[in-house]
Design a protein around this ligand. Structure first.
Ligand code: LHQ
Length: 265
């Protein structure tokens, strides 16, 4: 793995690759440089067979404060119409890389996750949060619509009514509310956060990685497809899963009354 990025720290421990957005002085506000690094490192993680789980997190007291507003303030100084959709392509590359990755991607959220950073966390497969975590769809506060995948992920996680409420009022929700709504999969005290994240990620990294990839494909396709498409796909994917070494190992471990040791194949 290439680990030398200007605004990211990248660490690998066994099968767990941790990508840390690293601009703590502005609560990891997102820039084009950061997005390019995220896109590249996630695409590389997909190809690296030594990586079996990815953790996305922020340096310091926050996950992220959304797009860097100081960078964007400058674009309003001219009277030219502003086209931000091209810039959004950089977020979309990151989101596609997370969703297409054939291994689990976890967002580890402590402190605030606002705006586009909030939605990058929602694009991940699972979210583990510290009890000081705060999620805020901050866009409407500055007269914008949710971007970075928010229109897709938020409503699917919390339902349409709640998604509209969170987007229109742009109020913060805390960790326990996020857990209640199904945004957070697991909430832990801040003092235990780093250990809990590593344990959670290491557990996933020792799982049947190839099957996890197929599970992602099944779930991500099924939330946008009809029943027939989903049933057809589950058959195709199960044909692949049943041929995996991890399936054979799982069955053997059950029969021999021992813990399965998955290789990810
Ligand atoms: C920041 C930021 C930030 C720069 C804190 N930028 N410096 C938008 C634009 C265009 C196109 C594409 O899409 C988008 C998508 C979006 O993400 S829109 C949403 C953008 N984000 C926001 O509106 C959130 C702005 N930040 C805040 O409301 C607060 O900072 C939050 C609630 C995140 C955290 O509050 P506090 O914990 O009280 O921290 P703080 O406000 O004191 O921030 C600490 C420092 O970080 C501070 O700098 P300073 O030099 O005063 O210490 C902030 O200015 C800086 N910072 N967010 N997005």
């Amino acid at each position: 793995m290439h680990t030398d990025y200007e605004q990211l720290l990248i660490q690998q421990d066994g099968g767990v690759l941790t990508i840390i957005m690293n601009r703590p002085e502005v609560l990891n506000a997102v820039t084009e440089t950061m997005l390019e690094g995220l896109g590249e490192s996630l695409e590389e993680a997909e190809l690296d067979t030594s990586v079996r789980c990815v953790v996305l997190t922020g340096a310091g007291r926050a996950f992220g404060s959304g797009a860097d507003l100081r960078q964007f303030a400058a674009i309003h100084t001219s009277n030219e119409p502003v086209k931000v959709s091209e810039h959004l392509q950089k977020y979309h590359r990151v989101i596609r890389a997370i969703r297409a990755m054939h291994k689990p991607v976890i967002a580890a959220v402590r402190g605030v996750a606002a705006g586009a950073s909030c939605n990058l966390a929602l694009a991940c497969d699972l979210r583990i949060v510290a009890d000081d975590a705060r999620f805020v769809e901050a866009f409407a506060r500055i007269g914008l619509v949710p971007d970075a995948g928010g229109g897709f992920f938020l409503a699917r996680l919390v339902g349409l009514g709640k998604a509209l409420e969170l987007s229109m009022l742009a109020d913060e929700i805390g960790a326990s509310e996020a857990e209640r709504l199904g945004i957070a999969n697991k909430c832990v005290p801040v003092a235990e956060f780093e250990t809990a994240v590593q344990q959670f990620a290491q557990r996933l990294a020792k799982g049947p990685t190839r099957t996890y990839g197929l599970i992602k494909e099944l779930m991500n396709t099924s939330i946008t497809s009809d029943l027939e498409t989903s049933l057809r796909l589950e058959g195709e994917l199960q044909d692949q899963a049943i041929m995996s070494a991890d399936h054979r190992e799982g069955v053997a471990a059950f029969i021999q009354k021992r813990q399965a040791e998955f290789t990810g194949q």
